[in-house]
Structures are given as C-alpha cells and as structure tokens.
Design a binder for this molecule. Structure first.
Ligand code: NDP
Ligand code: MG
Length: 394
C-alpha cells in the first residue's frame, strides 16, 4: 500500500501542469490533485476541477475566480475557489499538502515556490525563473525549511539522475569534473544573422522538438532558455559558470550529461516528453509508468553535437555575463527578458531586439547583493520599467 500524496499544481492549465495531471491520472492510488491553480483561464481550470475534484482551485485573477465559482456551484462541485497571490502561497504551504509542482511561468512563480520551500514541501520545480532570480535565497529556504527539491526542467532532471546520489558540498566532492548541458538549438540553429533579423513570431513559436508554453518557446528560439538553465544549474548543483558547458544537440535525445574526473561521461536519454521528468520526480526514488513511448534508437540513427554560437545567440552570452556579475544581475536579466519576450509575442519588437533590450537594461542597472527577497523584487520591478522604457523609445 502507498500513502496517498496530496499534490498542489501551481500553473495547472499550462503545458507542464497538464502533463503533471496526465501522469497523476495514471496513478490514482498514489496521487491526489489537492489544489490546482491558473491565472485567468476559467474554462480550462473548470474542466480540470470537474475531472480531478481538488479541494482548492485558485485563480490569480479575482474576476476569473468568481466566474469559476459560479460554474462550479452550478454542478455542485466540492471544490472551494480562492483568488490572489496569498491563496497561491496558502495552497503551497497547506499542512495537508505533500508535493508542490511549481509550474507557473515567469517571476510570478517565485513567491508561491518560496512558500513551499519554507513549509518544507517536496518541490517539483519547473519554474526556473525562481532560481534565476533568487537562487541563493531559494536554496537557503529549501535547506532551512527541510524541503526536498527535484528539478523538472528536462536537462536538470537528467543531471540529477546521473549525479552521485549523496548530497554534495561541491561538484569536486563527488568526483564530478563538469556538467554538459544540452540544448536543441531551437528553430533558428542554422539561421544567419540576417535571417534572424527578419524572423516572424510564427517561425519563432515553432520549436523543432518540444511542445511548450509561448514564453519558454521564444526563450528557446533566442537561446535565453539555455542561459536561464545555466544559472539554474549553478544553484541546483552548486556549480561554477566554468563547470557548465552548453552543448548544442539538435535531436534532444540526450537530456544532459555529467563528466567525472576519471573520464566517465554519464548521460540520461529519452524521448523529448516532459512526462518523464515529471513521473521521475513524482515517484522518486521509485520509477513510475509515465505514458512516454520507448526511445527508438534505430529511427533516431545518429546524435549530433555542436558548439553554441554566442554571436548569433547573444542571449546565451548575456546570461553567462549575468551569472558572473552575480547579485541581482540574473534577476535583472530575467525581468528584462520577460518584458522583451512579451513585447515580441505582442509583435511590438523584432526578434533581435530581445537581446538588445536585455543588454541595455543590464548595463544601466545597479547590481547589488541578493540579501533579501525585497531587494530581488525591487531589482525585478526596476528592470521591467527600464525595459518598457526602451521599448517605448524605439
Ligand atoms: P504555460 O504558459 O504553458 O503555463 C503557465 C501556467 O502558469 C498557466 O497555468 C498559467 O495560467 C499560469 N500563470 C501564468 N501567469 C501567471 C501569473 N502571473 N500568476 C499565476 N499563474 C500564472 O507555461 P509552461 O507550462 O510551458 O511553463 C511553466 C514553467 O515551466 C516555466 O517556468 C517554464 O520555463 C518551465 N518549463 C517548461 C517546460 C515545458 O516543456 N513547457 C520545460 C522546462 C521548464 P493560465 O493558463 O490561466 O494563463
Ligand atoms: Mg529545459
């Protein structure tokens, strides 16, 4: 017999949230969707509430919450509807919750993830922005709260799977020489700078291997996603920037690798399907059926590797710069990127203006030590304003 785990899913209506529910639905004897959240997609959350009957449903937006409440009352649903940021923190730290899937997109995911860490939950972290913005504070909160942190990002989940099982003070203690972080290279891997200038939104939204939400899809096209992941790896595995190498691997079959001092390189492979890292983290240390099909190596036939091009993909260089600058620089990078990506999605700026905005905001911002969450949030807000200014002036 298993103890039934109560799971809160932050961002249940997103691509990660939906895939988490897909895995949970395969194991009703082990997991119960205790609380589900969304920003404003009432119909999507309503359908999930009908199917999973969670104790709580949270919509960030109050009007959306009211619409959901009316719809659920009409079918005599047992689910209680809450709204606002404090409700997201409440379902993350609720005493009956065992596991929190942190799958809100962007900086908005920070506070609820932090609440789960402080409350000592088992955190399945998809929201990489939390670590980018406040890696040291979040890792401290995990430690102090007695939380367990499992990475959902496919690369970090792969690294986690091939790292030594015991907790390491640093990579050298485990005999690890470096982390090889794989990147698909996105839809523009082969595009020239001139071609990149003229990229359309529709082209940027077509990822070759993964089906993801719009923000991370654009991040993959600019390779900022990989930059954010370098910073994420720095905190998850206590690695230095020099110990992380980005390897472009277009097939997205090797999800990342770890090289040991004896020359061994361990990799985790699988089809590009997020249900693998989700099932791994839900079940850990046991393995669970995830619905992911077998890897057909004969069909894949070959695996290619390339070095990343930091001239065509300046976002990756900027992320390394921010990591080296330290302090609030990664939070500034992240905030400027979120504004720039939103503007690109709204077709207000060109593709190559995304890195221009970030570079300008980073170079004009004051960088301070990350000693409190308030400082991170201040840096985030100032960078958003600076990025919006840049857009208004160009
Ligand atoms: P989606 O855009 O598909 O989903 C985002 C979810 O967050 C939705 O439920 C959305 O609600 C909710 N949300 C959006 N904005 C807010 C807000 N301000 N406050 C509260 N909730 C909000 O994103 P993904 O599922 O693709 O990504 C989620 C996170 O996981 C990101 O941090 C991403 O980087 C990371 N990740 C995703 C991967 C993937 O394969 N998709 C892979 C690795 C990491 P609503 O539907 O109502 O708008
Ligand atoms: Mg990833």
């Amino acid at each position: 017999m298993f103890k039934l785990q109560n799971v809160t899913i932050l961002g249940a209506t997103g691509t990660i949230g939906q895939q988490t529910l897909d895995v949970i639905a395969r194991h009703p004897e082990r997991f119960r969707a205790f609380a589900l959240s969304a920003y404003s997609k009432v119909d999507a959350l309503f359908e999930q509430c009908k199917q999973f009957e969670p104790v709580f449903a949270v919509m960030l937006d109050a009007d959306a919450a009211e619409s959901l409440r009316i719809k659920l009352q009409a079918i005599a649903s047992p689910t209680q509807v809450l709204s606002g940021l404090s409700a997201l923190e409440e379902i993350s730290a609720h005493p009956e919750v065992d596991t929190v899937m942190a799958a809100i997109v962007g900086a908005a995911g920070l506070k609820p993830a932090m609440a789960a860490a402080r409350a000592g939950k088992r955190i399945l972290l998809a929201n990489k922005e939390t670590l980018v913005m406040s890696g040291n504070l979040f890792m401290q909160a995990v430690e102090q709260g007695g939380a367990t942190l499992l990475p959902i990002d496919s690369e970090h989940n792969a690294i986690y799977q091939v790292m030594p099982a015991r907790k390491l003070e640093n990579l050298a203690d485990g005999g690890v020489r470096r982390i090889l972080l794989t990147a698909s290279g996105g839809p523009f891997r082969k595009a020239s700078l001139d071609e990149l200038k003229a990229v359309t939104l529709a082209q940027a939204l077509k990822h070759p291997n993964w089906a993801m939400g719009p923000k991370i899809t654009i991040d993959s096209a600019t390779m900022m996603n990989k930059g954010l992941e370098v910073i994420e790896a720095r905190w998850l595995f206590n690695a230095t920037a020099e110990q992380i190498e980005v390897v472009v691997h277009p097939q997205s079959v090797i999800h990342s690798m770890v090289e040991y001092i004896d020359g061994s390189v361990l990799a985790q492979l699988g089809n590009p399907d997020m249900r693998t890292p989700i099932a791994f983290s839900l079940g850990h240390p046991e393995r669970l059926e995830s619905g992911v099909s077998s890897l057909d190596l004969f069909k894949i036939a070959r695996l290619d590797f390339e070095t990343p091009d930091l001239v065509r993909f300046p976002c990756l260089r900027l992320a390394f710069d921010a990591l080296k600058l330290g302090g609030t620089a990664p939070a500034i990078l992240n905030a400027a990127n979120e504004i720039a990506v939103a503007a690109f999605l709204a077709q207000k700026i060109q593709f190559l203006e995304i890195p221009q905005i970030i570079e300008s905001v980073l170079s004009h911002s004051k960088i301070v030590e990350v000693s409190s969450l308030e400082l991170v949030i201040q840096a985030d807000e100032a960078a958003r304003l600076a990025a919006a200014d840049w857009i208004a002036q160009h």
